[in-house]
Design a protein around this ligand. Sequence first.
Ligand code: ASP
Length: 260
Amino acid sequence: MAVVAHGGAGSGPARQTNLQVAVDLASKLLLSGASAVEAAVEACVILEDDPVFNAGTGGVFRIDGSVLLDASIQTSDGRLGFVIAMKETPNPIRVAADLLDHNINGLTGDGARSWADDKGHLRRQVDGRPPTEGDGDTVGIIVRDSSGFMACATSTGGCSNRPPGRVGDVPLPGSGFWVNERMAVAATGEGEDITRALLSYRVVEMAESDSCPSLNHAMNWCLENLIPTKASVGLIAIGTEGPGEGLANTDMPWASWIED
Ligand code: ASP
């Protein structure tokens, strides 16, 4: 069993402390028999409820002052769910996770919110906050449970200074996240650069190639070669064995846990 989480690309001592709370919760849940999906979702909810992070309650304003939230989850048995630009949804990860059990991969905007209403997901005004200049403070968490099953959950209000309707990497499969039976990867930072690089998928693809010595090597290579140097970007990843890893071309709060 293992957990790894990030609190966004950019420095953040407060986020480091608060991130640990989510990792601790995920590890406790795993030790009490929870599945990877349950542990990843509940840990992500803790981060969405913490105004320190640009996700859920702390989602940053778009340029028109709106708060529109993206979230995604993918599992190692090939299911995924993502929601884009959801309004009035403090915990978009719960809606994304609900999609895992339906033959719908993703929902956006008003359609996403009315589907969530039908399924009874909490609808409440999200106050949000102004962006913190220079810091990406979005969240991601990857969990491997006792059966080796993996789940990757990500959630964000989107990069600073973006218009309503802008789609970042977080809800885009292969860009902000990618999971297969052997590994799980999540990205954070400048969503446009991450998406152009199809970054999470490219890390998995490279890590699986015969010539690649390690997951960490693939993360490092992809950050160095697929992301422009001016863009702040980070990655977390986990394989079927060993601890989770975090790597960024800038400061990135991240925390991990592995069963001794
Ligand atoms: N990648 C996110 C986005 O572009 C933001 C972030 O990670 O800080 O929406």
